[in-house]
Design a protein around this ligand. Structure first.
Ligand SMILES: [Zn+2]
Length: 511
């Protein structure tokens, strides 16, 4: 770094850190004075099992959050779907005097399914403190009755980070602002969904039934982890997703590989060849039209990617990868392109069950990640076209005897239900600019702004049912074991999240 550069760098940090607002300082003071109270409410919420299919317990979560909001005077209500026995969304409002604009702040209170046997750190619904991450030797500790709590401590429980941390950070940010006598600059609507990890199958229905309540200039989603570098993040999109099962047929019964090898076609080999034809050596998908229609990134988006901390070398070293795909392009550039992944392949047996047979079928589950401009159904048609061009007769059912006799190559292709498109909000909208400024005001390091996250969320459900835009403000630690066993939250991430959300609640977009 040149001296001039170094000076400029220092200057930027000084300027940025000087922005820490009165509200942020007071929010921190409020939190420091109420840590024990906040964590007591949080651990009670975490102790209620929250798998969406467990209808009895999921409703207990909704009622607990309803009470949390009642205590705060937010006039909450449960938003039910038309379909019976669906996890309700919990809704509350904080009105700004005279405001004509509104934002919805969203989190979800359901969590991924759990297999308690795999929770080696502590049971999933028994919130447990550790002095550090379990994997790095963190020991179980008891929270002191009063006094300081080490912010590096971690709280272990399902949904500690994904996404009850969001619920807690939002409601505590509200507490802190109200305690300071600060009113929001626009109407704030809080919604907590109870079926996100199940793919939000009734969110569209709930939105349609309560459109007036849920209309807003933007939906701000508080979910997911911050950047691996630990910096705060604002994300303007998500990838779409579509799973497809492809099954290739061999003989009707397994054959002795000695008696029939060289004669009977092997479906695993046919599948391997077919899959290999779908990508070149650099990882680029070779299916015709795969990249057609992709909406190019704008200046603000390209600039944001260039500015994001370079983390690829560190990731390669952590992951033991000597080489990555994409012809030298960065991870952040590549997640803005549609992808084609093999989730798994199955044919015959390996390991102790391996036998010398020619298997009868071979199946691959493909995972198509989509970006803005892709349509998930159209992408499946391109895949099917490619399979046809390779000489396969494509069917959507188990092959019949007549079909087996007539066609040398048969592929059963099933697009799974639940696929959806990507979503991306422009980073140069007034509300986008205001959100970036708000989150930046709470951080001395430059925040990370991403046009899209690599992961998928059905945010298109929101924009298909309402005229609004979505953006995501994650708060959890990146190493939170999201969706897996031993999920945890680093306490400092909750504290930072409260300050982030308080800033979000006071944004002032120049509409
Ligand atoms: Zn989540």
């Amino acid at each position: 770094m040149s001296r001039l550069h170094k000076f400029a760098h220092v200057l930027v940090i000084v300027v940025v850190s000087a922005v820490a607002t009165f509200a942020q300082t007071s929010t921190r003071d409020y939190r420091r004075a109420h840590e024990h109270q906040i964590l007591s409410e949080f651990t009670r919420l975490l102790a209620i099992p929250n798998v969406a299919s467990d209808r009895e317990n999921i409703r207990r979560n909704a009622l607990f959050i309803l009470e949390m909001m009642q205590r705060r005077g937010l006039n909450p209500q449960l938003l039910e779907a038309k379909t019976k026995d669906v996890p309700p969304a919990v809704f509350g409002e904080w009105k700004a005097p005279g405001a004509s604009h509104a934002i919805v702040i969203y989190a979800h209170y359901d969590g991924q399914p759990v297999d308690p046997k795999q929770w080696t750190a502590s049971p999933p619904f028994q919130p447990t403190w550790r002095s550090a991450a379990f994997e790095s030797g963190g020991k179980i500790i008891a929270l002191p009755d009063n006094g300081e709590i080490n912010p590096e401590w971690r709280l272990y429980a399902r949904a500690a980070s994904d996404d009850k941390a969001g619920v807690m950070a939002i409601l505590t940010a509200f507490d802190a602002l109200r305690a300071q006598g600060i009113a929001p600059s626009l109407n704030l609507k809080f919604i907590f969904e109870g079926e996100e990890e199940a793919g939000s199958p009734h969110l569209g229905e709930i939105i349609d039934l309560h459109k007036d309540l849920l209309n807003a200039d933007a939906w701000i989603i508080c979910d997911g982890p911050v950047h691996q570098s630990g910096r705060k993040e604002v994300v303007f999109g998500v990838r779409g997703d579509q799973n497809v099962d492809v099954t290739i047929y061999g003989a009707k019964r397994p054959l002795h590989s000695g008696h029939y090898g060289n004669w009977a076609p092997n479906p695993a080999m046919l599948l391997a060849r077919l899959l290999a034809s779908m990508k070149d050596d650099t990882g680029r998908v070779t299916i015709a039209g795969w990249y057609d229609g992709v909406e190019p990134l704008g200046d603000a988006e390209r600039h944001a990617i260039a500015e994001a901390p370079a983390y690829d070398d560190e990731l390669r070293s952590q992951l033991g990868l000597a080489r990555t795909e994409g012809n030298g392009k960065s991870l952040l550039e590549l997640i803005n392109q549609p992808s084609l992944n093999i989730n798994g392949i199955s044919s015959g047996d390996v390991g102790a069950l391996a036998r010398n047979v020619i298997p009868t079928t071979a199946t691959a589950v493909l995972d198509l990640r989509l970006v803005k401009g892709n349509d998930h159904q159209r992408q499946v048609l391109r895949l099917i076209d490619h399979i046809r061009k390779r000489g396969f007769f494509v069917i959507d059912h188990d092959a019949t005897d007549a079909e087996r006799k007539q066609h040398a190559l048969i592929a059963k292709v099933i697009a799974r239900s639940g696929g959806y498109n990507a979503e991306r909000t422009r980073m140069d909208l007034p509300i986008s600019i205001a959100l970036i400024a708000a989150v930046q005001s709470t951080s001395k390091d430059p925040i990370v702004k991403l046009p899209t996250s690599g992961g998928s969320l059905p945010l298109s459900i929101i924009t298909d049912h309402l005229r609004t835009v979505t953006m995501t403000v994650p708060i959890a630690n990146y190493d939170n074991n999201q969706h897996a066993e031993n999920e945890n939250l680093r306490l400092q991430n909750l504290w930072d999240g409260i300050e982030t959300l308080a800033a979000v609640m006071t944004i002032k977009p120049k509409f």
